[in-house]
Design a protein around this ligand. Structure first.
Ligand SMILES: Nc1ncnc2c1ncn2[C@@H]1O[C@H](COP(=O)(O)OP(=O)(O)OP(=O)(O)O)[C@@H](O)[C@H]1O
Ligand SMILES: [Mg+2]
Length: 390
């Protein structure tokens, strides 16, 4: 590929890239460190601490906990302690407790085969393994609110907080659990006992202001773009758009604006990314569904979403009926040569829990706050990419 005049390294704008420095999240990292670092003094006698990380979309909860995990395990390592941070995302790794735990175990070691084990046995074997290998863990369960909504009867919190009681009097290899959610609403779905073990250690992630977003994006501009390509005005505009409604500080959207504005500049032969590019891109993106949301869906759910976007576009209204959605879904499946799933309703329910679609009644299914025409194009493109990547 010829050298780009716009980008130096566009990967640095990916939603999965985590920079070393996370501006305006020092306080949150330090709070986590102040809770867990002290345990390194006497790791064999440590009792686990469970902490909640709470804040709106795109406030850095995921990247901060992952970064914290790297820092704490490095500091432990310097003291000769094998402490690992395992990050599990419930939207990606766990549709049920069974799947969640087997993914958790797999992330720790390939040595335990979870195949014929119950969730309780998986945890027990994991504990035995950790004790034997003298490994300590901090577990982050990200998007726990999503998990609890789809599995209100599966008591993950209970399982984790009960570990110290499993073999009383012996060291506890799981020294921490960090539960990440957008709000505390998920507590309503917990049992009293579970709720009371949580609820005290809460670390809040406030929305970023426009200035803070600017600091975050300015770092990325340095990493991702050629020098002097993104002007101050461009950065100001993206930061303002990102800080204000309807985006309300979701940095993910700020990064997407930066990325697509750069692509637009490149494709139109410009040597700078201007506010004009940003405005054009902003008028076309969908502020409620990000590329990351879509990447976290499996193929069947994407098909349903695509069908919904098509159906909405055809009907020229904000909602279509379940019946119409099914009709469009069958057409889309035929077009992409995939077998339609039987549990369409379950898939729709899942998309509702993910905040991607809205259902008022069986006759009114829509996309949460969408700009439809471009969503369809976006989904169409995505499906093509998927087809190509096999
Ligand atoms: N302080 C920061 N410094 C650098 N990048 C940041 C910062 N905060 C957020 N980001 C970036 O913004 C994007 C969104 O952040 P993140 O995924 O951590 O948000 P979140 O709070 O977990 O959101 P959600 O509730 O939607 O899961 C990521 O690409 C992340 O790298
Ligand atoms: Mg997150």
């Amino acid at each position: 590929m010829p050298k780009s005049l716009i980008f130096k390294d566009r990967n640095k704008l990916s939603p999965y890239y985590i920079p070393r420095r996370l501006p305006h999240r020092d306080q949150q990292i330090n709070m986590l460190l102040s809770i867990y670092e002290g345990m390194l003094e006497d790791i064999w006698g440590a009792y686990p601490r469970f902490i909640e990380v709470v804040g709106p979309a795109g406030t850095g909860k995921t990247c901060t906990t992952i970064r914290f995990g790297e820092i704490i395990s490095e500091r432990a390592h310097n003291r000769g302690i094998n402490l690992q941070h395992v990050y599990v995302n419930c939207k990606v790794d766990g549709a049920t407790r069974y799947v969640l735990y087997s993914n958790l175990v797999k992330k720790v070691t390939p040595k335990i085969s979870t195949k014929s084990l119950s969730p309780e046995e998986m945890i027990r074997q994991l504990i035995n393994y950790l004790k034997f290998e003298e490994i300590f863990l901090i577990i982050t369960l990200d998007e726990i609110d999503y998990f609890v909504q789809i599995n209100p009867k599966e008591h993950v919190i209970y399982d984790l907080t009960r570990i110290p009681e499993m073999q009383p009097g012996t060291p506890i290899p799981i020294i921490g659990g960090i539960f990440v959610a957008r709000s505390l609403k998920w507590h309503d779905l917990l049992e009293q006992g579970e709720r009371s073990t949580l609820g005290r250690g809460i670390i809040e992630f406030p929305r970023y202001t426009s200035r803070q977003i600017r600091d975050i994006l300015a770092d990325r501009v340095k990493e991702a773009f050629q020098p002097n390509v993104v002007s101050d005005e461009t950065l100001d505009l993206i930061s303002d758009i990102t800080a204000n409604p309807p985006i309300n500080g979701d940095v993910r959207i700020g990064l997407e604006l930066l990325y697509y504005s750069g692509i637009l500049a490149e494709n139109t032969g410009s040597i700078k990314v201007t506010p004009e590019h940003v405005r054009k891109v902003y008028s076309e993106i969908n502020p409620t569904i990000t590329a990351e949301d879509i990447l976290s869906l499996d193929k069947d759910s994407r098909m349903i979403l695509l069908a919904l976007a098509r159906g909405l576009k055809a009907s020229k209204s904000a909602y279509i009926s379940l019946r119409d959605l099914r009709k469009f879904y069958n057409i889309v499946c035929e077009e992409y040569n995939v077998k339609p799933v039987e549990e369409v309703e379950e898939r729709i329910q899942d998309l509702i829990y993910r905040g991607i679609i809205d259902m008022k009644s069986l006759l009114e299914i829509g996309i949460s706050g969408a700009a439809l025409i471009d969503l369809e194009r976006f989904l169409d493109n995505l499906m093509r990419q998927l087809e190509q990547s096999g």
